[in-house]
Design a protein around this ligand. Structure first.
Ligand code: GRF
Length: 238
């Protein structure tokens, strides 16, 4: 089945509903990209399941509505998601952006926003889905990790992949240093993926997400020093 992302290029700004649970550095990158008109989108509402999330401060500072919907007020995930749907629809949200939202979403949300919920994950999926993934990557001994932006489907961390960036894992890395290196790339790749979506440039064909009219054949990887390094290396070998 081929599905194009909803908003055609040149259309109105994509209305983003960002769901958070914590610090919100990705939210900040998205807010900044919107403010600087780098992407044709605007954050219309930020929803946190945790009242203490610093992301709410960031929303406030940006003049964006921040709401707390605590999950423990609801007896099951579906009822919680029903409330989310109600609020997101109230704000006429086009695209639901999970940015460090520590909840598994259910079909209740996904049915209302089909292929319109995206997530960022701090590893190169399908490797290391789930939580504490930087620790798992270090323990496993991988030499590269990275981040992945993907559409959200019912299976956790398994939806069609929109964009990925690779980062090296150094011998002396700790969970913190690796996390920082990945975060730096997340802050570029997430606005980039939202830009592609907003410009109507994503086509989902089964598991594959094709980027149409893309001037950058390798997407954000062009900005990734590791990949640049790998490309240069190849050139010198020839
Ligand atoms: C990010 O590493 C993201 O990949 C993961 O949760 C973290 C959120 O960080 N899903 P922040 O709250 O955006 O700073």
């Amino acid at each position: 089945m081929i599905k194009k992302s909803k908003n055609p290029p040149g259309g109105k700004n994509t209305r983003l509903g960002v769901l958070v649970s914590g610090n919100g550095s990705n939210l900040q990158a998205i807010l900044d990209a919107c403010t600087n008109k780098e992407i044709p989108a605007e954050v219309v509402v930020v929803i946190s399941n945790k009242p203490e999330a610093f992301a709410l401060e960031r929303a406030k500072k940006a003049g964006v509505t921040g709401l707390v919907i605590e999950h423990n007020r609801f007896s099951n995930r579906e009822d919680y998601d029903l409330e989310l749907v109600k609020v997101l629809k109230n704000y006429n949200v086009d695209l639901v952006v999970l940015a460090g939202f520590m909840r598994v979403v259910t079909p209740v949300l996904l049915r209302e926003f089909p292929m319109r919920v995206i997530n960022i994950h701090p590893a190169l999926l399908p490797s290391f889905p789930g939580v504490h993934v930087q620790r798992k990557a270090l323990e496993y001994g991988v030499k590269f990790s990275g981040c992945t932006v993907h559409f959200v489907t019912e299976e956790v961390d398994a939806g069609p992949i929109i964009a990925q960036v690779v980062v090296p894992v150094h011998g002396n890395d700790t969970e913190q240093t690796l996390t920082e290196r990945i975060h730096k790339e997340e802050h570029k790749i997430y606005p980039y993926a939202i830009k592609l979506y907003s410009e109507g440039k994503l086509r989902v064909e089964g598991r594959r997400v094709r980027i149409t009219d893309c001037m950058e054949p390798d997407g954000p990887n062009l900005h990734n020093p590791v990949v640049r390094f790998a490309n240069n290396d190849e050139k010198t070998r020839k």
